[in-house]
Design a protein around this ligand. Sequence first.
Ligand code: COA
Length: 400
Amino acid sequence: MANVPKFGNLNGLKVVYSAVEIAAPVAAQMMAEWGADVTWIENTYNGDSMRDTTYVKELERRNQRSISLNIFSEEGKEVFLKLIEEADIFIESSKGPVYANRGLTDEVLWERNKSLVIVHVSGFGQYGVPERVNRAAYDQTAQAYSGYLSQNGTQEQPMIAAPYTGDYLTALMVVGSSLAALYNAQKTGKGESIDIAMYEVLLRMGAYYMMDYLNGGIIYPRAGARHQNLCGIGVYKCKDGFLSLCLYGAKQNKALLERIGLGYLWGTEEYPEGTSALWLDGPKAELIEQKLEEYLLERPVAEVEEDFSNLKIAANKVMTFEELPEEPHFKAREAFIEWENIEGKKIVGPNIFPKFKNNPGQVWRPMPTLGMDTEAILNEAGFTKEQIEELVEKGIIKKS
Ligand code: COA
């Protein structure tokens, strides 16, 4: 914990991870922003492939410390096991059960640290059909395999839910499950091993309409920019921009029908008082959609947003990147902050979320260079200067 400042709800928590890109590292990132001491193990050749991105790496590796280590060499394994002795959580992401296949089973790790929470992230899990389990998987792969991708897009063309939705949802699952396991490990002294298959994260998160199929045989058409089965939900074109509209609730339906000149439908047999959903296969649904589209096309989006919001209808202009930094509400809540990267260049990016009142997060350091903390981390783990130099010479570790 030598140079990690004390702050946040995870102050004192030690997380070690070895993974590339988004899914697993972003979980460690969130914990780093909430005060954990996060050690980022990178391979000794190119490091994390995230280093090839332009700016997002600066956001998703801030507050971390980098050690460059060949985990799977004989001596590297010993260094790795030393690192996890003091850790609370170890997260790795690989093409299936790579750690176990290379002799680093959960049991071997628990021999060194019996209360360790181990998180394995993979596309398809640690076991199952062998030729599936060992495959590489990115967000899109998991979206495709889980049926998530088939739900988004137009009728002609399934489309990816961007950006990297499967990776970021996986990251949230890693955070939640590892802290749940830690809660129990701290009570019992016994660790846990968590098998997170990205496709299963998306299977769970994409199950809303799947439940209608599994239990009722219903398949809705892919709806594109609109909702599968309700009126007034989706992205609509206004005079000067797009509106995201989510019409739901009796009071809201009545108000909207009145606005678009169809108030006479309310309180009838077709639309009795208290109707909370306007179904696309309901009476006069086509007319409702047509009138709504006409109404919106004639009006500026900001005006509609304000008017509908006053009517308690959930409506929001579809904001563009250019508009975000100037948005007064963003400014009032400091949604964006600035920090300096390791070269002293100003970086702008999202603040730390959520906002904890009593123990807020902090950005205390930019993304380190590859292996920048190798020496410091190994010193803390008890390695002498001579041992460290020997490991460097043998190519087991790298310093920068
Ligand atoms: N020391 C020694 N070897 C290391 C290492 C380290 N610190 N870190 C990784 N390696 C090895 C891996 O075991 C692997 O060896 P192998 O190909 O012989 O099995 C090799 O280096 C490259 O591994 P990896 O970093 O996983 O890169 P990749 O390009 O082969 O695969 C993914 C990348 C993301 C497709 C793969 O890691 C994966 O499927 N992960 C699980 C799901 C996931 O997280 N997807 C990405 C979401 S953003």
